[in-house]
Design a protein around this ligand. Structure first.
Ligand SMILES: *Cc1c(COP(=O)(O)O)cnc(C)c1O
Length: 368
C-alpha cells in the first residue's frame, strides 16, 4: 500500500456523500434516468461556467470529441491535426470518423507548436484539434489565426482543462466544439464515465442533441444515423453538485502546484506559465533525465507516481500505417522519456506534499 496515493477518490466522496446520495435518490424515485431534469440543469450550468451558449452531455470524453468531429462533417478524405503526446482517445476519435490523423510536434508548454502545425497542413486538412495537456490551454491565439487563415475548424480536446483560462477565457470557449471528460480521474468528475461538449453554435447544438440520441429528432423520426451516447441523469446530478466546488478545487490544484514548483525548481524542471494563462494542473508534471530512477525510488518510499504518457501516439502499434517513425516529433518523444506526474489532487494533505518533496530531495542527495 502506498503511503501517498496518486489519487484518493474516497476523500472527495466523504466530503459530499450525503448530498450525492440525496440527489441520486431523487433521480431514482422519479425514474428520471435518461435525458432527465438534472441533465438539463447540468448542461446549462456547465455552458455558463465555460462562457459559451450551449453544452451537451454525452457518454464519455472520447465520444464528446468524436461527436464534435462528426457534427462538423469530418470524414473520409479529410485530415485532422493533433498532438502526439496525449491519451489514446485523442487519436482514435479521428480515425473512427474515417479521417486521417496528422500529428504535429509540441513546444516547451507540452502543447501543439503553431509552427509545426502550419507545416503539417495540406489541402486535405479540415480541422485542428489541440489538446490542453495537464490542464494548460494550448496557444489558442496563434492556433485560431492559423485556423482562420486556412479555413479550418477548431476542436479543443479539453478533457484535462475544465476551468483553465487563457487571456481570461475558459477552456471550451475557443473552438467550434470542445470535448470534456467527466472520468473519475479528471478535475470535475462523475461516479463513472461521462463527457460533455461545449459550443456557441445553435446549429451544432441541435445536431449534437440528435447525434447522441440515435439521430432521432423526436420519439419516432430519425434524420440521420446517430449513436447512443447520452450522459446519464444520475451522473449529471452528481457532476452538478461537484461543479459548485470546482473553482475552489482548481485553486487548490494551483496551490499544490505552486508549492511543488517553489520547492523543486532547483532539482528538476518544473511547469511554468505566462501571466495570461491560468492552468488547472489536472496533472502536476516535473521533468528530469533521471525519471525512471526517481520513479522507482519514490515507489519504494510508498509514493505513487505516473507517466502521462510514456509512448507517444505516433509510435503506437495502432499508428503503424500513418508513416511516422522514431524521431518524427523530437520534442514530444523527449517529453515521454522525462516527464513524471506527482500526486496532486485537492484533498491531498500538506504533510503528504511535504513528504513527496522531502523524498525527492533525498533522491537527489543520494544520486548526485
Ligand atoms: C481523459 C481524456 C480523454 C478521454 O476521456 P474519456 O472520458 O476517458 O473517454 C481524451 N483526451 C484526453 C487528453 C484525456 O485526458
Amino acid at each position: 500500500m502506498p503511503q501517498v496515493k496518486f489519487v484518493d477518490l474516497g476523500r472527495q466522496y466523504e466530503l459530499l456523500r450525503e448530498e450525492i446520495l440525496e440527489e441520486v435518490d431523487k433521480v431514482c424515485r422519479k425514474g428520471d434516468y435518461i435525458l432527465g431534469h438534472s441533465l438539463k440543469l447540468f448542461e446549462s450550468a456547465f455552458a455558463e461556467f465555460c462562457g459559451v451558449s450551449y453544452a451537451v452531455g454525452v457518454g464519455n470524453g472520447s465520444d464528446a470529441l468524436y461527436l464534435s468531429l462528426k457534427v462538423l462533417g469530418i470524414g473520409p478524405g479529410d485530415e485532422v491535426i493533433t498532438a502526439p503526446n496525449s491519451f489514446i482517445a485523442t487519436a482514435w476519435v479521428i480515425a473512427h470518423t474515417g479521417a486521417s490523423i496528422r500529428f504535429a510536434d509540441v513546444g516547451e508548454d507540452m502543447n501543439l507548436d503553431p509552427i509545426s502545425v502550419q507545416n503539417a497542413i495540406t489541402p486535405k486538412t479540415k480541422a485542428l484539434m489541440p489538446v490542453h495537456l495537464t490542464g494548460r490551454i494550448a496557444k489558442m491565439d496563434e492556433l485560431q489565426k492559423i485556423a482562420d487563415e486556412n479555413g479550418l475548424y477548431l476542436v479543443e480536446d479539453a478533457a484535462q482543462a475544465i476551468g483553465a483560462t487563457y487571456n481570461g477565457k475558459r477552456a471550451g470557449s475557443f473552438s467550434n466544439c470542445a470535448g470534456f471528460s467527466l472520468h473519475p480521474l479528471k478535475n470535475l468528475h462523475a461516479a463513472g464515465d461521462g463527457g460533455i461538449i461545449t459550443t456557441d453554435s445553435s446549429e451544432l447544438y441541435e445536431l449534437l442533441n440528435k447525434y447522441r440520441n440515435h439521430g432521432l429528432k423526436n420519439r419516432d423520426d430519425c434524420d440521420f444515423w446517430g449513436i447512443n451516447s447520452r450522459l446519464d441523469t444520475i451522473q449529471a446530478a452528481i457532476a452538478l453538485i461537484k461543479l459548485k466546488h470546482l473553482e475552489i478545487w482548481n485553486k487548490r490544484y494551483q496551490a499544490i502546484a505552486a508549492k511543488y514548483s517553489e520547492s523543486l525548481k532547483g532539482l528538476v524542471s518544473v511547469p511554468t506559465h505566462a501571466n495570461h494563462e491560468s492552468p488547472v494542473y489536472h496533472r502536476y508534471m516535473i521533468r528530469t533525465e533521471k525519471r525512471d530512477l526517481l520513479q522507482s525510488f519514490l515507489d519504494k518510499k510508498g509514493i505513487e507516481t505516473k507517466v502521462n504518457y510514456p509512448v507517444p501516439l505516433h509510435l503506437q502499434p495502432a499508428a503503424a500505417n500513418l508513416g511516422y517513425r522514431k524521431g518524427s516529433f523530437p520534442v514530444a518523444e523527449n517529453l515521454c522519456k522525462t516527464i513524471l506526474s506527482l500526486p496532486a489532487y485537492p484533498e491531498l494533505h500538506d504533510h503528504e506534499i511535504d513528504f513527496v518533496i522531502e523524498t525527492i530531495f533525498e533522491f537527489f542527495s543520494v544520486t548526485s
